[in-house]
Design a protein around this ligand. Sequence first.
Ligand SMILES: Nc1ncnc2c1ncn2[C@@H]1O[C@H](COP(=O)(O)OP(=O)(O)O)[C@@H](O)[C@H]1O
Ligand SMILES: [Mg+2]
Length: 386
Amino acid sequence: MNRKRIGIVGGGQLGRMLTMAAHALGFSVVVLDPTPGSPAAQVADGQIVAGFKDAKAIRELATQSDFITFELEHVNHEVLKELMTEGKSVNPSPETLEIIKDKLRQKEFLRAAGIPTADFVSVHSEEEIREVTKSFGYPFVLKAREGGYDGRGNFCVTKEEEIKKGFQKLSKSPCYVEKWVPFTKELSVVVARGTTGEIVSYMPVETMHRNNICHVVIAPAPVGEAARKEAQRVASRVLQELKGVGVFGIEMFLVPKESRIPSGGEGYEILINEIAPRVHNSGHLTIEACLTSQFTQHIRAITGMPLESAEMNVPAAVMVNILGDRSGPAEPKGVEEAHKVPGVRVHLYGKQETKPERKMGHVTAIGETIEEARRRAEEARSKISI
Ligand SMILES: Nc1ncnc2c1ncn2[C@@H]1O[C@H](COP(=O)(O)OP(=O)(O)O)[C@@H](O)[C@H]1O
Ligand SMILES: [Mg+2]
């Protein structure tokens, strides 16, 4: 059988769910990941065991694939760029990746496009940070330009004495200072752009973080209709400006109008926090809650198929992440019990080792109301240990 093949750089849970969607659309999949038997490799048709920056291995992946994509931003974009000039299909494009993977460049791009973000300044020394605090005040966030995820590249500075510690923590990579945003909610919009430029936006969801890690996602976001529309409008604008193809996760802050940040809308302001050039944790519930999941949509986009409807097909859905709480071999228990709760689906990623705060799986529950979905998701989650 002559199936077309998709090559994915990265073999984690995002790659795993992309692979399952690709199979349903008739593609075969090969993943590149340094861990043998990675979550995606367990379901894919092949794995290249190599690091995300290994140029030779990425070239091998390209040789085996008709379409190339990635599930994380910390990849070797130079070689992806070369492959693209050699005529390979790489999406999102390495140019887009180059803008996004550097958080400062990403913010500069948004500022130049007139899309609101928190105020920010690039810094190179403790002295420069002290200078910025004169106008920004405390608290503020020191952010590494590259390589951070789940809050690992961030340091919240609440008083002057903490500047030294923060700068030392992040000093291995260049960083910048971001003004503190007094948000009332964090929202996220998953948005897709096809090869012909069409844009499809999912419903805005509320994301709740614990220790900087996404913990609970609520769909639709419990905010007014105007805020929802504005969130979708801003997310679509980002993709228009970025010219990205594929699925992107756009993280946002909802800020009340009374705050010092100038407001553009009715009673609130939406600021972009960050763009992820890939499928996103806030979109996992689209598998159960939408006509087309973010994973299916991404595969459609990168293979040149028309995009499909992102409408919700249930009134409400809630996702709760299953995070590790100890170190050692994973021992999943309670999944059958969890599935006895109505409207619940449990997704385990097949990771062999668990660690505190490691994303091991997630639970999605659908319901007639957000309250019902949340109750179901929390009840199911409480039955699972890993
Ligand atoms: N400027 C800010 N003001 C207030 N909270 C922030 C700010 N920047 C980040 N945060 C909080 O920290 C979390 C992680 O920050 P983010 O920049 O998205 O890092 P990561 O790339 O690790 O997800 C955000 O989801 C938000 O809760
Ligand atoms: Mg984030």
